[in-house]
Design a binder for this molecule. Structure first.
Ligand code: ATP
Ligand code: MG
Length: 844
């Protein structure tokens, strides 16, 4: 469901995405005719049904699209006749219920005419009043702003009661969003490619792409009027009823909420099983928002204040697990991730409620501003429709327009930050299939097949496609190769990165060669490549080690293999202990010392590889032929680049272990030169420590004895200080003057603030009717501290706080406190003596 190599598309939104390259003629399918079912997700981009889902009964976020395909083989006649045959003869759908549409043409820039070919074929099958002429919006199919497209013929079904049909002819309701007159199948005639500049180009061959919604077909065949009444959804809805104590079919809003949850849990579960966890960016963020939408509908309408959606996974995996075994294998992970997301979003919702309450209490008028609503939404993740609902309940207005304005501002900001526009490809040589030769060579003679200019926020860059290339394109966690293109004259162009787009390998450069028609030498940076290979092989050994040490529940959940370090994410509950990490590290290093030879098998049959024990990853697409990488007992399906022998890794060192999401841990590690550099820097540090310890032979022993010595000294100092304080107190007691019947002392001491306070309190305990002012100088600053016995403060109306504030001016500072005790600080120690002298005036 998640698309990895296409910058124009985040999720599979139609059955044809995976076949795009066949339509464009960039690669050749093994078979010219295919039928399939494809999981689709329509929640972003050109096809976004999210807001409909739950409110209507026939749009889902995730659904299965059934398709039949012709890659340059059969065309309109067969596709139309077979579709009709399947629906009316095999599925026995009454032809009276069906309507079909054909493309009427446009007179806009595309200048396309009526699809007479399809029209003529349909006329032979159905009466003319069953044929509807459709406009570009309904009858010209495009997957996005660019790519293969063409006119289409849709088949619609009218499942209304005879009575309803009597009132309004079905013909009038086709493509009018009527919940019981819906499209079930779309036959697309792929003829064009929409280019970046908006123009249409004829495809090299004509193709058929059809898509029929499985859930809608079920609705028709099971004689229901809502997808949610079919057995695809009823088990989940029943479980929601059980968990929430609500009944489906009683209240409109409850029903919407239940449909939203039943739908969204599928989308989220399948995504997680496909390897896409909820997160804060990209595809992960879209998944998080889908789940939050479900949580919010439960929270608002079904009154669910605790996590419960995760409990639906059990039913879902029992119901669909036989067709999609990943739902069984990943059940625990799906439950954990969803539960965690639910708990955290429920907390957000509760915090948002508190904030909103406060906002309404403090408001001077009964209005919530667009800015405040946006802040709640943006900073706290509090959904706007919930704000609107609560506002309404409390008789408040919400400035919806103001909110939209803020939202638009934010969108503009992020669009400006990421906008990338690609120009059309400029073809150089006619090249059928582009070969990757980088497993065997790092240097190859190449020609430029095509190139294009790309405008990004940071400026302009070029993307180059070669006829063959030694450059590894980013994929399978491994970063893309860097290197150079060198012309026969020795002019060098730097290749800064290599990526895959669909099946094309694209090289990123800052400029184009003077003469793109020449032959070039493509040279991969071998230093970077060998460091990366070392890290990639190490991730395989790490994977093996984790399964050995922690158990076979460990599954790879992501990896990053760069030249300077590697990162490996995997499913495991709880922290990996230091002992376990040590075992893992030792295991990998033992495999390195065994000098295991790389055993690589290209073009192995997928099933053979699996039978031999190779590990495949969920969420990865594998063809029938795979590449298997084996080092001893570690065997994985992998397209990355590896060392020839584990000895090349030198050493494997774990640098950290952490959590990335509930039930997902991450290990970061280094190998080879990076490990050597790490040990060298550690050794250097040890050397410096040793030098600082007067070249101690055993620095550990030296440090321990320093620590012991330090503890003994500390104890001694504490003892001395307390003796000194005792002496000081005794001395000071002797200096107390009795003036006007009260005891007065003003004195400079050598103590810090805490010491002065301590001393003043102790004197106060022992001497009645006491007035003390102490001053001290610490680190260039002046401190004053005034203590007045409580009875004295009351009877003579003396206030320590006021006194230090007044005397504070002599030390250029200020302070305060209570009537019986207060302190002041200032930046003029020279004024301390005067302050002490002035103290007397308060008792005269
Ligand atoms: P609609 O107008 O009903 O949204 P569409 O024109 O978007 O349909 P297509 O893009 O032609 O549909 O997709 C082919 C088929 O896939 C449709 O005929 C329908 O059966 C099914 N389908 C499309 N969108 C959804 C969805 N969101 N949920 C379930 N099925 C869908
Ligand atoms: Mg649609």
């Amino acid at each position: 469901m998640v698309i990895k190599d296409d910058p124009t598309l985040m999720f599979t939104n139609a059955g044809m995405n995976q076949f795009k390259e066949y339509f464009l003629g960039n690669s050749t399918p093994k078979s010219k005719r295919v039928t399939d079912t494809q999981k689709c997700l329509r929640v972003s981009g050109k096809h976004n049904d999210l807001e409909e889902v739950g409110h209507d009964t026939y749009h889902h976020t995730m659904f299965e699209m059934l398709g039949n395909w012709s890659f340059g083989d059969y065309f309109k006649k067969e596709a139309i006749n077979w579709a009709w045959e399947l629906l009316t003869e095999v599925f026995q759908i009454d032809p009276e219920m069906l309507y079909v549409s054909v493309f009427e043409g446009t007179d806009d820039a595309d200048n396309l005419s009526l699809d007479t070919e399809a029209l003529d074929i349909w006329k032979k099958i159905v009466p003319e009043d069953r044929i509807i002429y459709g406009n570009k919006k309904d009858n010209f199919w495009e997957m996005g702003d660019q790519g293969p497209c063409g006119p289409c013929s849709e088949i619609h079904i009218d499942i209304r009661s005879a009575e309803e049909k009597e009132k309004t002819p079905g013909r009038e309701l086709v493509n009018k969003d009527h919940p019981q007159v819906v499209e079930i199948w779309n036959l697309v005639f792929m003829q064009y490619n929409r280019k970046a500049n908006g123009s249409l180009e004829e495809l090299p061959a004509k193709h058929i792409d059809t898509g029929m919604g499985f859930e809608r077909l079920c609705m028709v065949l099971q004689k229901k009027t809502s997808n949610y009444d079919t057995d695809v959804f009823t088990p989940i809805i029943s479980e929601i009823e059980r968990l929430t104590g609500k009944k489906y079919g009683v209240s409109i809003t409850d029903d919407i909420a239940m449909r939203v949850i039943a739908d969204h849990v599928r989308a989220v579960a399948f995504s997680i099983a496909d390897g896409q966890l909820p997160s804060n960016t990209g595809a992960g963020y879209v998944i998080r928002r889908i789940l939050r939408r479900a949580i919010r509908y439960g929270f608002t309408f079904l009154n669910t204040k605790e996590a419960f959606i995760f409990e639906l996974i059990d039913v879902l995996s029992r119901q669909m697990g036989s067709a999609f075994p990943e739902l069984i294998a990943q059940k625990g992970l799906m439950e954990n991730v969803i539960r965690e997301e639910e708990n955290s979003f429920l907390r957000t919702l509760e915090q948002g409620l508190v904030l909103l309450e406060k906002l309404m209490q403090e408001a001077s008028e009964k209005q919530i501003s667009g800015e405040k609503a946006f802040e709640l939404y943006d900073t706290y993740g509090f959904p706007i429709d919930l704000t609107a609902l609560i506002a309404r309940e409390n008789g408040f207005q919400l400035d919806q327009a103001g909110f939209e304005k803020e939202l638009q501002k934010q969108k503009d900001r992020s669009r400006a930050a990421t906008q990338v526009t690609a120009g059309d490809w400029i073809e150089q040589a006619d090249i059928e299939e582009q070969a990757f030769v980088g497993y065997d060579e790092l240097e190859t003679e190449v020609k430029i097949a095509k190139f294009r200019k790309v405008q990004t926020k940071k400026g302009e860059l070029f993307q180059i496609v070669l006829n063959k290339t030694p450059f590894y394109p980013e994929g399978g966690g491994q970063v893309g190769d860097k290197g150079i293109l060198m012309s026969p004259e020795g002019v060098v162009i730097k290749i800064k990165d290599t990526k895959k787009e669909n099946n094309l390998i694209i090289h990123f450069t800052d400029k184009l060669p003077q003469n793109p028609d020449q032959s070039f030498k493509a040279i991969v940076s071998s230093e970077e490549r060998s460091r990366t290979a070392s890290n990639h092989t190490a991730t395989h050994l790490l994977h093996q080690a984790l399964r050995k040490v922690l158990g076979t529940h460990v599954e790879q959940k992501g990896s990053l293999v760069k030249s300077d370090y590697l990162r490996f994410d995997f499913s495991h509950f709880g922290k990996v202990t230091p002992e376990e990490l040590e075992k893992v590290e030792n295991f990998v290093n033992a495999r390195i010392r065994e000098q295991l030879q790389l055993e690589e098998q290209r073009n192995m049959a997928y099933q053979d590889a699996i039978d031999q024990g190779a590990i495949a990853l969920f969420g990865e697409k594998y063809g029938d032929d795979v590449r298997a990488i084996r080092f001893g007992e570690s065997m994985e399906l992998c397209g990355g680049t590896h060392v020839k022998n584990t000895a090349e890794i030198w050493y494997f060192k774990i640098m950290g272990e952490s959590s990335v999401a509930s039930g997902i841990r991450r290990i970061e590690a280094i190998t080879g030169k990076a490990a050597m550099e790490y040990f060298e820097s550690q050794e250097q540090m040890l050397k410096e420590i040793r030098e600082n310890l007067k070249n101690a032979k055993d620095p550990l022993k030296a440090v321990t004895s320093l620590q012991e010595e330090n503890a003994a000294l500390k104890a001694e100092v504490a003892e001395l200080l307390s003796a000194k304080a005792k002496n000081l107190k005794t001395d000071l007691k002797a200096e107390v003057d009795n003036i006007n019947g009260l005891n007065f002392l003003s004195k400079k001491v050598d103590l810090d603030a805490a010491g002065m306070k301590d001393l003043a309190y102790q004197l106060g305990d022992e001497i009645e009717q006491l007035f003390v002012l102490l001053g001290s100088e610490k680190d260039g600053k002046a401190l004053l501290c005034c203590y007045i016995s409580k009875d004295l403060a009351a009877t003579k109306n003396l206030n320590a706080g006021q006194i230090v504030r007044e005397l504070g001016k002599y030390i250029q500072g200020g302070g305060g406190g209570q009537a019986f005790f207060a302190t002041a600080g200032g930046k003029n120690p020279a004024g301390i003596d005067q302050a002490l002298q002035e103290a007397k005036k308060y008792i005269d």
